[in-house]
Design a protein around this ligand. Sequence first.
Ligand SMILES: O=c1[nH]c(=O)n([C@H]2C[C@H](O)[C@@H](COP(=O)(O)O)O2)cc1CO
Length: 207
Amino acid sequence: MKNDDAQTILRNNKTSEHEGGGEGGGGGGGYFGTDVAHTLFCKPSSFSRMSQVNIYFAGSIKGGRQDVGIYSQIIEQLKAYGHVFTEFVGDKNYSGPTEADGKKDKEIHDTDVSMLKKSDCVVAEVTQPSLGVGYELGRAVALEIPILCLFRPNEGKVLSCMIRGAHDGSAVTVVDYTDIVGMHQTPVSDGLLGLSSAPDTSIWRCL
Ligand SMILES: O=c1[nH]c(=O)n([C@H]2C[C@H](O)[C@@H](COP(=O)(O)O)O2)cc1CO
């Protein structure tokens, strides 16, 4: 798996479905489909034609930084479509507040919650379990912010029932994927982020 490719898409993803078929289903296998785009970017009419989309990316920090390279690549993709509040989550040199930066836990919490409240969607890489990410997802659900969770089953981990079980293909979408490959703005990433390849349309158009 090449995780160092700067221009990436998620490959071989499959929308999560519980054994026996989850309610609402997840838009079938293959690549990210219009269901995901709809989930993320086609909230009722208030969502149409916004000038800037704010994206909250969530990924493990204190829970373990082994996937930071993947976070960074996902963030790079997301930046093509809007403002990512939490770019530092993909910074390999960041592992939490230090005495030197003087940031207190409360300040971090309050700032993050404030950014979350201003977010139009949340994208979380959930392969590496993290209490903070779980907390952010719970807050986002309460705030009715659409959520996309990305999980890599081939890492030998099992996703929490509270995340996979939250998948409804609407407010919360859980997608299993295998790896990230080097391409940019393909139908896959377009599907993920609702970006139409047609030049005269914007990402806010429902697919
Ligand atoms: O320093 C931090 N800054 C910060 O914004 N967070 C937020 C963003 C991440 O999506 C999430 C990670 O949580 P955790 O550290 O429990 O793995 O919490 C978490 C920490 C460290 O707990």
